[in-house]
Design a protein around this ligand. Structure first.
Ligand code: BTN
Length: 347
């Protein structure tokens, strides 16, 4: 869990001041504590309080005696108006909500879905304080250093129809990232995006509904945009980020492109399911035809050769005992291949 400017005696007010002060500092120039205080209509102590502890959320603030505060890396804030421009004709698919801080965009959208929110509602957060990953893990991302958002989609079909949706979302993400210049973006089953085996994005798809329909899915996406040292420390796997991989620095453009591809893929999925997207998914599969180990949730392991995915999104594994299908588990390259991968990896 991330604490922003915590512990402090001012609570919510200090957090609001934090974001307002950060926006004033976004131009990238030094601003004195006094100038910030007067622009914000608060005391210098409040400014000082609001701006402490930021390194915990991945923001490096330079403090120079006599000059004041400056952000080491400017924050490119998300903005619904800019996003809408990048969406083009897909703008009408979405209702866009951007918030500064939320526990988890998935959790919030699931709550809003229960309250009757319409499909196409997109919630992006500058900072999640309890971001959730797959299999109960936490998802860490620094303020302004990631894209963390969720979209609520509603379907007439039953929840079973949605079993391949997570993989379809992966196809949309690869299309978007490759279109933005990340030509080596690949998929790792079930729905990690990797570049040269380093994770750049993950998705958390949460489904609710009746067997016969209707149903809904909250599609949560977390993309490493510009990883800061403090966030990296929390992550226990090989990771990379969009800026390191030569992608655009404009977060609104990247999110816009992703939403365009997501809307197209969800449209196709709604009409025909995952089947028609399956061969494209296979073409992006980083483990295609490679010897892998699947670690199952109960700790058991299965070895075999990755043989694509089924129409329901299951991983197909060619084992000595024949073709097996997996609906959950963690896939890794087997040891001999792992050695090759490590020596080929520049990171
Ligand atoms: C994973 O790789 O384990 C999935 C990560 C999904 C993270 C995203 S960030 C936006 C949305 N809200 C969450 O709490 N999780 C997802």
């Amino acid at each position: 869990m991330i604490h922003l400017g915590d512990p402090n005696p001012y609570g919510r007010a200090a957090r609001t001041t934090t974001f307002r002060a950060l926006r004033l500092l976004s131009a990238g120039e030094f601003r004195s504590g006094e100038a910030l205080a007067s622009s914000l209509g608060v005391s210098r102590t409040s400014v000082w309080n609001a701006l402490r502890g930021l390194e915990k959320v991945g923001v490096t603030l330079l403090r120079l005696h006599g000059r004041g505060y400056r952000l080491a890396a400017p924050i490119d804030w998300l903005d619904p108006a800019q996003l809408r421009r990048h969406l083009g004709v897909q703008a009408e698919t979405y209702e866009l909500q951007v918030v500064e801080m939320v526990e988890s965009t998935n959790t919030t959208l699931l709550e809003q879905a229960v309250g009757g929110a319409a499909g196409g509602l997109m919630l992006a957060a500058e900072l999640q304080t309890r971001g959730r990953g797959r299999r109960g893990r936490a998802w860490y991302a620094g303020l302004g250093g990631a894209l963390t958002f969720s979209v609520l989609w509603r379907f007439d079909q039953g929840a079973g129809f949605l079993s391949g949706l997570g993989l379809a979302v992966g196809v949309a993400l690869v299309r978007a990232l490759r279109g933005l210049g990340l030509k080596e973006a690949m998929l790792k089953w079930p729905n990690d995006l990797v570049v040269r085996h380093h994770k750049i994005a993950g998705t958390l798809v949460e489904i609710q509904g009746d067997v016969l329909g209707p149903s809904l899915a909250v599609v949560g996406v977390g993309i490493n945009f510009r990883l800061d040292p403090s966030t990296r420390q929390n992550i226990d796997q090989a990771v990379t980020d969009l800026v390191t991989e030569g992608g655009p620095h404009d977060r609104n453009r990247v999110l816009g492109q992703i939403l365009v591809h997501l809307a197209q893929v969800v449209d196709a999925f709604r009409a025909h399911g995952f089947g028609p997207l399956r061969s494209e998914w296979d073409s992006y599969h980083v483990h295609a035809g490679r010897p892998v180990t699947v670690r199952l949730p109960d700790g058991a392991r299965e070895e075999g050769t990755a043989a694509g995915v089924g129409e329901d999104g299951a991983l197909l594994l060619q084992t000595r005992a024949g073709l097996r299908r997996f609906h959950s588990g963690e896939v890794s390259l087997r040891a001999a291949d792992e050695g090759i991968r490590r020596s080929a990896s520049p990171l």
